[in-house]
Design a protein around this ligand. Structure first.
Ligand code: CP
Length: 326
């Protein structure tokens, strides 16, 4: 007869192995972060066509629009030898009230091993990560997190600046509704950077609601730009603003021209930055609202470099998830 203690250990043995997920940058420890960036650099410079993800099937489920994140994840998976399965969520059984959990379990039963999910709900992963048989990669959830964007931002900056220790990074725009800002606020101070946030009062939450890190502060835009090694501009995320009409009547963020002159990165403002200062933007860019159109192609703009690097960083992330990161 099997004793109770033996039953417990059998059950423990039979329980599913813990899945590796990437829900925010805190899921990656410092050692793995170093390996991830080293691997992305090797993929970038080596022109490699590895098959490290052969046998994996990567589904993409995007409940919000995307160009960069969805396509670079799909290309990254294909470049590593995985099969990709873009799920048209609007024509799936999710439209017949199937839960996301049941959809993911259904995909797993068909051999899908990883799911890249973007969703408008900040809490979409609550309770999913523990139960699903798939590895989950967060491609942006509500205002909460966009870890792969923060990782590719930090990778791009380390390629340009070397260490981020002691660097000043200004993030300006719609901080309140930005998952990119939240993930970067976790990652950049971890890498030794100081972060200054700027934006119109309607679009910046209390600092304590974002972070307790002493390396993060608010400052007026012109004062911040004078100190910046990096300026990261953020789009006004109107799709997340309360409807109808935003918080305070005809607020500056509802009028493009006055937004650019008051809170955006104009050519005049950028001319007052240090000569070595570089510009980031996660995209999509709304020209002449948060950033002057001419600055998008400025020699100091790394915006398309961020997009290029996103492919290599996401390749390394997929290898990390699969447990095959060298
Ligand atoms: N930065 C970003 O998430 O862009 P997409 O919405 O195009 O994926």
């Amino acid at each position: 007869m099997i004793e109770q203690t033996e039953l417990t250990s059998v059950r423990r043995f039979q329980s599913a192995p813990r899945r590796q997920h990437l829900l925010d940058v805190g899921d990656i420890d410092d050692g793995d972060l170093t390996r991830l960036f080293r691997r992305a650099a090797a993929l970038q410079t080596g022109g490699l066509t590895p098959a490290s993800l052969r046998g994996q099937v990567v589904a993409t489920l995007f409940f919000e629009p995307s160009t960069r994140t969805r396509i670079s994840f799909e290309l990254a998976a294909q470049r590593l030898g995985a099969l990709t399965m873009p799920v048209d969520v609007g024509r799936s059984s999710l439209e017949k009230s199937e839960s996301l959990y049941d959809t993911l379990q259904t995909l797993a039963a068909m051999g899908v091993t990883m799911a890249v999910v973007r969703h408008r709900d900040s809490a979409v992963f609550a309770g999913l990560a523990e139960r699903t048989e798939l590895c989950l990669l967060n491609a942006g959830n509500g205002i909460a997190a966009h870890p792969t964007q923060a990782l590719l931002d930090a990778y791009t900056l380390t390629q340009h600046l070397g260490s981020l220790r002691g660097r000043t990074i200004v993030i300006c725009g719609d901080i309140r509704h930005s998952r990119v800002a939240r993930s970067n606020l976790q990652l950049l101070p971890r890498l030794g950077a100081r972060v200054i946030l700027c934006g119109p009062p309607q679009l910046v939450p209390e600092l304590g609601l974002l972070t307790a890190d002493n390396a993060v502060s608010y400052e007026p835009l012109d004062a911040a730009i004078a100190q910046a090694d990096v300026i990261m501009c953020l789009r006004i995320q109107r799709e997340r603003h309360p409807q109808p009409a935003a918080e305070a009547g005809q607020a500056p963020h509802q009028d493009s021209a006055s937004y650019l002159s008051s809170y955006g990165l104009t050519e005049e403002r950028f001319a007052r930055a240090r000569p070595s200062c570089v510009i980031l933007h996660p995209g999509p860019v709304n020209r002449d609202i948060e950033i002057a159109g001419a600055l998008v192609e400025h020699p100091s703009s790394l915006i398309l470099e961020q997009v290029r690097n996103g492919l290599y960083v996401r390749m390394a992330i997929l290898e990390w998830i699969a447990g095959v990161l060298p």
